[in-house]
Design a protein around this ligand. Structure first.
Ligand code: NAD
Ligand code: DAU
Length: 344
């Protein structure tokens, strides 16, 4: 099998590459990544020496680059992780989200149509369903929940999903889509909640919690997401959407306090700041379809996963310190400098 993994220099894509190289030693894996601020070749260092691995730098929205790559390689499976992925950045600059997340998806699928593939898999998100109320713990997102997006990021991901399903219906392209809840684990870029809080707590810096910290996210250890995608690309039914999540709901404040406790740092580092505009209240996935139809089961509970993640950040401080000391240092000032401190 020859597998194209786009966006494989980012958080989930890189974890997926390591997962696949280990599980399928005979597969060839080609990573295609633009190396935006979120892409990092250091993350793929260990894969570079593997003769079954190839890295190609490029833009999924660039038709010529993508078609040349497909001309050169005969791909069996395409897994599209490449995306602009941060909600806060989409509020600052929506345009790049449409270009990469929507047009990039179209270019990839056009190449799949022209050159032929066995499966195109779109890595989507639970954010396409919008949010659930905080006072209805009985409600969960199913694959039938309406698309109801809140941010330019989620709107771009939902648009891509609709396009993917249209290519299935109209052109019979063999597609699948996964919609996963919040991931955490190694190589998570330190602009996202968990790695941001770990890295700042380790530096004894204030931890910016939006609003009252009451918003709920449904956390999944990244390797469990990788195993779900593995099952879907090999056994999933064409044209189907699969929700992925492990019933690990936590408020943001609970997550931040757990991190502080594990690190032995004081709660006084918590600072409540101006809320995210349009902030989704609660995400909660019903994963019964993928469990029932494909036998998927998450392996890592949140308490164990967060400990493994913290340990990884302690052991790999060079990886995240290189990021926060680079161009990212001005990002924090730009994004958080204007947020009013409410308490803390
Ligand atoms: P990330 O931001 O860490 O990585 C994105 C990668 O895509 C980076 O390596 C970046 O360089 C690359 N990229 C960006 N634009 C590109 C382009 N035009 N051409 C080629 N490469 C490009 O993101 P992530 O958190 O790993 O998310 C990966 C995918 O999973 C995204 O599609 C995201 O929507 C989805 N997802 C993420 C989560 C989560 O919790 N992080 C949950 C569900 C779904
Ligand atoms: O649900 C899946 C989605 O999860 C993915 O599709 C996105 O790519 C991924 O970024 C993530 O989106 P979130 O917006 O949920 O993740 P983020 O880490 O940005 O924020 C998690 C929660 O923490 C959210 O309620 C906002 C809050 N937060 C975030 C940051 C960065 C804070 O309180 N303070 C912060 O500084």
């Amino acid at each position: 099998m020859n597998v194209l993994v786009t966006g494989g220099a980012g958080f989930i894509g890189s974890n997926f590459i390591y997962y696949m190289l280990e599980k399928y030693p005979k597969y060839r894996i080609v990573c295609f990544d633009l190396l935006t601020y979120a892409g990092n070749l250091e993350t793929l260092e260990e894969a570079m020496d593997n003769p079954n691995f190839r890295f190609v730098k490029g833009d999924i929205a660039n038709r010529e680059e993508i078609f040349n790559l497909f001309e050169e390689e005969k791909f069996d499976i395409v897994v599209n992780f490449a995306a602009e992925s941060h909600v806060d950045r989409s509020i600052e600059n929506p345009g790049i989200f449409l270009r990469t997340n929507v047009f990039g998806t179209q270019v990839l699928m056009d190449a799949c149509r022209k050159y032929g593939i066995k499966r195109y898999h779109q890595v989507s998100t639970d954010e396409v369903y919008g949010d659930l109320p905080l006072d209805r713990p009985d409600l969960f997102f199913t694959e039938e929940s309406p698309i109801h997006t809140s941010s330019p990021y989620s709107a771009s991901k939902a648009s891509a999903d609709l396009l993917v399903l249209s290519y299935y219906r109209t052109f019979k392209l063999p597609v699948t889509i996964s919609r996963c809840s919040n991931n955490y684990g190694p190589y998570h870029f330190p602009e996202k909640l968990i790695p941001l809080m770990i890295s700042r707590a380790l530096n004894d810096q204030p931890l910016p919690v939006y609003g009252k910290g009451e918003n709920v996210r449904d956390w999944l250890y990244v390797e469990d997401h990788c195993s779900a995608i593995d099952l879907i690309i090999h056994k999933g039914t064409e044209g189907e959407v699969y929700n992925v999540g492990g019933h690990n709901e936590r408020t943001n404040l609970e997550v931040v306090k757990t991190i502080l406790k594990e690190l032995g740092k004081p709660d006084s580092l918590i600072t409540f700041v101006t809320d995210r505009p349009g902030h989704d209240l609660r995400y909660a996935i019903d994963p019964s379809k993928i469990q029932r139809e494909l036998g998927w089961k998450p392996q890592v509970k949140f308490d164990e996963g967060i400990r493994m993640t913290i340990k990884w950040y302690l052991q790999n401080s060079k990886w995240w310190q290189n990021i926060i000391n680079g161009e990212y240092s001005s990002y924090y000032e730009k994004m958080y400098g204007n947020r009013q401190v409410i308490a803390g």
